[in-house]
Design a protein around this ligand. Structure first.
Ligand code: SF4
Length: 395
């Protein structure tokens, strides 16, 4: 028998909102959160909450909802192609009903005609089961995608649902104006949807009560690299990088890649800033909440070169910067990391990055260029050391 408890009142909202009480079954979910209430002012609440997208771009979620016309399509995006990221998969497998609640509440608020959920092959069985557990979710169309790096981009998800491959396509018109089968289409990351489910129950003020004013609420963060306990945790956005990373027990930190493969490296001096404040100023692209830590034994240039080479191979191969620019940039960075002492390499690399900026159909070239530029800045001493014939990581 299903036990239904009242929704939490704002003042009792826990700091761990998504990964706190609850569980994968609908019974556990209802026991922790109560049923999904009708909330006619949901769009207004999401706007006031200040919730930003948790899929990577960080666009204000309320603005996206408000720009939708009735009769469109809502797509929950659980495609997590970034190799370092595990937070969407964990959320889908342990709290699937929060995601379904957010998807259903969003679809109702924007008066959508169709509701889709796109997830990777590992999460699909859990979601199939969760949808079957509840009557109000039976109309959700679940689609499996292959986890590939550029497959989670919004236009790639729409392209997949039209029967194509999950690759980005040039989209001169906003998807919320004309997307899937020419209908207004809202693509929202699954963590963003889970936060919307919380806002639907507790309202905007309770959401803003935790986190930094510039980017309120909590975030799921995946921590990887030179730490004792890699994994996913939920933290208020006002926390500093150092506080967040403490839970994973890093040793001495010589750098952290914030935001994943399309993010940016920061040095130890940036660890005490609130994550959200730095993100709001554009200094740190928190992106999909990935933190890769390196300690003194890992060469930041080598790590960056490996990532850049991977990214150069992960394109859809349809735009000039990806076909001609990224492989060259990856190779130049690899030569610097491998100790090639040619003094013109950095200038060649910077010139190549300028040529790829803003020239792709999606942000893949820009994100890759940002990662490489940040490596050249944060590991500038390493660049000099490599040119002089040694690597600081092996001293
Ligand atoms: S910029 Fe690169 S990844 Fe993006 S659509 Fe073009 S080829 Fe594909």
């Amino acid at each position: 028998m299903t036990t239904v408890h009242p929704a939490p009142r704002p003042e009792t909202l826990p700091r761990r909102r998504l990964l706190g009480p609850g569980g994968p079954s609908y019974t556990e979910h209802l026991a922790a959160f109560g049923p999904l209430p009708a909330r006619p002012q949901l769009i207004e609440d999401v706007v006031r909450s200040g919730l930003t997208g948790r899929g990577g771009a960080g666009f204000p979620a309320g603005r996206k909802l408000a720009s939708m016309s009735p009769g469109g399509v809502v797509i929950g995006n659980g495609s997590e192609g970034e190799p370092l990221s595990a937070k969407d998969r964990l959320l889908l497998e342990t709290r699937p009903h929060l995601v379904l609640d957010g998807l259903l509440a969003t679809a109702t608020a924007v008066q959508a005609k169709q509701v889709h959920l796109v997830v990777g092959p590992v999460s699909a069985p859990a979601l199939r089961h969760a949808i079957a557990e509840r009557r109000d979710a039976r109309h959700i169309v679940l689609t499996e995608t292959q986890d590939r790096f550029v497959g989670g981009e919004a236009s790639a998800v729409v392209h997949l649902l039209t029967g194509g491959d999950a690759v980005p396509v040039d989209h001169p018109v906003r998807l919320t104006t004309r997307g899937l089968r020419r209908r207004p289409t809202l693509v929202q990351n699954v963590e963003t949807l889970a936060h919307i489910a919380v806002i639907a129950r507790s309202g905007a003020d309770a959401f803003r009560a935790v986190g930094h004013p510039a980017d309120p609420g909590t975030r799921l963060l995946t921590i990887a690299g030179d730490v004792a306990h890699p994994g996913v945790l939920e933290a208020p956005s006002g926390a500093s990088l150092r506080d967040v990373l403490a839970a994973a027990e890093p040793g001495r930190i010589s750098g952290a890649l914030v935001g994943g493969y399309h993010g940016a490296w920061v040095g130890p001096e940036a660890l005490d800033r609130p994550l959200a404040a730095a993100a709001a100023e554009g200094a740190i692209p928190v992106g999909a909440g990935i933190l890769l830590v390196i300690g003194p034994g890992t060469c930041g240039l080598q790590a960056s070169a490996e990532i850049a080479t991977y990214l150069a191979g992960e394109t859809a191969g349809q735009c000039g910067p990806c076909v001609n620019g990224l492989p060259v940039a990856g190779e130049l960075l690899a030569r610097i990391a491998d100790g090639d002492r040619d003094p013109s390499l950095v200038a060649q690399l910077e010139r190549t990055l300028r040529l790829v900026d803003g020239r792709g159909a999606c942000h893949h070239p820009d994100g890759t260029a940002r990662l490489i530029r940040s490596a050249l800045t944060v590991f500038a001493d390493e660049v000099r050391a490599h040119r002089a014939g040694h690597c600081g990581a092996h001293r």
